[in-house]
Write a protein that binds this ligand. Structure first.
Ligand code: PEP
Ligand code: MG
Length: 540
């Protein structure tokens, strides 16, 4: 047994096999070939190998998880034999004289888009399966291995770090825990893990060596320890701890359905943060009173091209429907910095966190912004939606964004498309500049939500992605608390509500301070809702 020490960023215990995340980028060069027949043989060999892999996976899964869970691999095998799929790949190879990798990627993307556009939910879900199958063939052609996260077998997933777009694409049911060599507590990997309730340990360094792949392991997301080949005695201790955590979670059940208020009756709205439609289920399960932050950029990060208006409309509509009239604050696209999607073709920058990101991209690319706003407004009829702009720094930013909103509303009116005319418009307060002029910003909008993750990095000049300076990241620094207080007071003077949706909102050490400051809303990871409600209920 070995014990590796890192930093726990998402609590809980995970027990399972340790596997390394193998990046299989779904892309290929458009290479011309001379010998199409040889290329067709290469493709056919890879296709057969993929079939064999699927047979093995299927047999393994039947043994471990039952026949029903293995059915998926049969669906994948059928896709590998689909005539249209094969005609497309072989056509690109023999007629266009292009390499097998390119033919597989192009065909995979084309078929996946076709599925994604279908009305039927079942067929829509097949879009990911086509990419999965095509990705398998591609990695065989590349001489590599299939990405383990696509193996559908639950594992503790290890890597240097995970990018937000990788986490967006995880098959969440197969990730028991996350272990990384690098990373910081405020990174989106950590946020993703907490949102999903997946135990996670980061910063394990080089001790998380590649030869640990396939070993039995256990991970404690509270102490930051990763055990490889854990001794039976350790395993039983961890299992005891897991059971104790379960008891604690059970004891929080008495706060389910209760109002969030102090003993003296001071009420706070207790919302949840989500990054996908599926997360809305976690929010409902966690008993959130609304969604304080829908990180809409994950809709963009989980695919290889812009999600069109219809895809977005459906995601927002389904989320609003799931929340049954409770407020859903949809943050408009916050891409850039660590959240990169290749198809945006964002310029390489010296300091991406201080660069072209969030609202700055939307203002520079109004067609992207308008597509999203149209989707939100169209979906607004199905619930209680609110729109929130990220990284606002000036009155000018707000006015420019609102002008585009006005254009979208005019267009919808002109087309006689119905929408909720009273959707509130708010902003995130994420920079010291925004907090300092929050009195001026408050006159322009319906609400504030304080993003303490970015506010901390910009106030303390500590890059939230850079693990080597995390020692300087004092999340309880007085400067941050003063900026929060200033923002909340200015909101109150202007008669608008102010919430907190950064990770600090779930920090029980600050709950009392925030409530006493007069914060109207706290938006936390779904699994923290009941715990924070208990903390508030215990306050005078
Ligand atoms: C924040 O900055 O606090 C925030 C909530 O936004 P994100 O973490 O997505 O940058
Ligand atoms: Mg932010």
């Amino acid at each position: 047994m070995a014990i590796l020490q890192g930093k726990g960023v998402s609590g809980g215990i995970a027990v399972g096999r340790l596997e390394f995340f193998v990046r299989s980028y779904f892309a290929a060069e458009r290479e011309t070939i001379k010998d199409a027949d040889a290329e067709l043989i290469r493709f056919e060999t890879a296709r057969k190998t993929a079939e064999e892999q699927l047979d093995q996976l299927s047999a393994m899964t039947v043994g471990r998880l039952g026949k029903e869970n293995a059915e998926l691999f049969n669906v994948h095998k059928m896709m590998l034999k689909d005539e249209d799929f094969l005609d497309s790949v072989t056509g690109i190879i023999s007629e266009e004289k292009l390499c097998a990798e390119y033919a597989v990627v192009e065909t995979g993307k084309r078929f996946s888009n076709d599925f994604a556009e279908m009305d039927d939910d079942y067929m829509k879900e097949r879009a990911a399966d086509v990419l999965d199958v095509a990705g398998r063939v591609l990695s065989i052609l590349n001489g590599g291995q299939q990405n383990v996260s696509q193996n559908r077998e639950p594992v503790i997933l290890a890597s240097d770090d995970f990018s937000p777009s990788e986490t967006a694409q995880f098959d969440r049911s197969t990730v028991l825990g996350l272990a990384t060599r690098q990373g910081s507590g405020n990174s989106h990997t950590a946020i993703f893990a907490r949102t999903m309730g997946i135990p996670a340990v980061i910063g394990l360094g080089a001790s998380l060596a590649p030869d640990l792949a396939h070993t039995p392991a256990a991970l404690d997301g509270d102490t930051g320890q990763l055990y490889t080949d854990p001794k039976p005695a350790v395993l039983s201790e961890l299992k005891k701890k897991q059971a104790k955590l379960q008891v604690e979670i059970q004891s929080l059940e008495r706060f389910r359905g209760k109002p969030t208020e102090t003993k003296s009756g001071r009420a706070v709205r207790l919302f949840a943060n989500i990054g996908s439609v599926a997360d809305a289920d976690a929010a409902v399960l966690g008993d959130a009173e609304g969604i304080g932050l829908f990180r809409s950029e994950f809709l963009y990060l989980e695919r290889g091209d812009y999600p069109d208006e219809q895809i977005q409309y459906e995601a927002y509509r389904r989320t609003l429907e799931k929340m049954k009239g409770k407020q859903v604050i949809i943050r408009t696209l916050d891409i850039g910095a660590d959240k990169q999607a290749a198809y945006f073709k964002l310029p390489a920058e010296e300091n991406p966190a201080l660069g072209f990101r969030a609202i700055r991209i939307c203002l520079a690319r109004p067609e992207v912004f308008k597509t999203q706003l149209r989707a939100i407004y169209r979906a607004s009829l199905y619930g209680n939606a609110a729109i929130m702009f990220p990284l606002i720094n000036s009155v000018h930013d707000i006015r420019r964004a609102k002008k585009i909103v006005e254009e979208v509303r005019r267009d919808l009116d002109a087309e006689q498309t119905a929408f909720d005319r009273s959707v509130p418009i708010g902003i995130m307060i994420e920079t010291p500049a925004a907090a300092i002029i929050s009195d001026l910003l408050a006159r322009e909008v319906d609400f504030f939500s304080i993003g303490t993750n970015d506010l901390t990095q910009y106030t303390l000049a500590v890059d939230r992605q850079n693990e080597s300076i995390q020692g300087y990241c004092d999340i309880h620094h007085e400067a941050i608390l003063r900026l929060i207080r200033m923002t909340v007071e200015n909101a109150r003077k202007a008669g608008i509500p102010a919430g907190i949706c950064g990770s600090l909102a779930a920090d029980p050490a600050l709950t009392q301070t925030f409530v006493e400051m007069g914060v109207d809303e706290l938006s936390v990871v779904p699994s923290a809702v009941l715990r924070i409600r208990r903390t508030i209920a215990e306050m005078e």
